[in-house]
Write a protein that binds this ligand. Sequence first.
Ligand SMILES: Nc1ncnc2c1ncn2[C@@H]1O[C@H](COP(=O)(O)OP(=O)(O)OP(=O)(O)O)[C@@H](O)[C@H]1O
Ligand SMILES: [Mg+2]
Length: 246
Amino acid sequence: MIIGRAVTKKFGNLTAVDRLDLHVRSGEIYSFLGPNGAGKTTTIRMLTGSLPPTSGEIEIDRKQYDRDEIEIKREIGVVPDEPRLYENLKGIEFIEFIKGIYQLDPIQTDKRFYELCAAFDIDFLQTYIGDYSHGMKQKLMVISVLMREPKVIFLDEPTVGLDARSAKTLKTLLDKFRNQGSAIFLTTHILEIAEKMSDRIGIIRKGRMVAEGSMEELRKIGNNQAHSLEDIFLDLTGGNTAPDTL
Ligand SMILES: Nc1ncnc2c1ncn2[C@@H]1O[C@H](COP(=O)(O)OP(=O)(O)OP(=O)(O)O)[C@@H](O)[C@H]1O
Ligand SMILES: [Mg+2]
């Protein structure tokens, strides 16, 4: 469902993403890990069509952005790291706006929408988005995406700002979507989420993939059955030495 071939992004002299190859299948959760500034958000922005790659190819469900941008955007759901929402709309008006632009079936969508509101304990949609906390905006963004039941879902650090219960709800829902056949690509700094939820994990450093595979395969790279994802991650990203000053 998601294919990247030698995807590269340069910002001036900086190569933020360097010849990245990616494959995510239907019914798979793929976690994309890497230190701050490694290129995760830049990769998601390219995969979701909001930033053109400098070189390389991207295919989403066998379609390419230069030919089928509208079709792809109809099929994908994107939860960005910073929800950018219309502050002068009420939550419910934003939901109506999404239903309108995606031409969603009103009855089916409403049913899913009310289920999601109940699952996330959302009772604030009659007030203005400008007055929401970060977590409230994040929840609104999440339900506006999940109510469309997209075939391909991208989430950039989706649990940041969510309380423990909402984060758990999101994890349960993503599991359900995976089981229904969606392809899910997410970034996170919470290694426990990656370890518990994902079918495969990719680790990047300075724009380059340094390891990829299931937890089991990554443990073999670490060459020790007892290796935790944290150890593997820190080894591969050069962070496994505590600063001397501590
Ligand atoms: N629009 C831009 N212009 C110039 N440089 C950029 C731009 N966007 C990202 N970068 C640079 O590209 C690199 C990768 O940034 P990116 O946001 O993809 O990292 P990240 O892996 O998402 O990090 P974090 O974990 O902190 O979210 C960084 O060095 C960043 O400064
Ligand atoms: Mg980021």
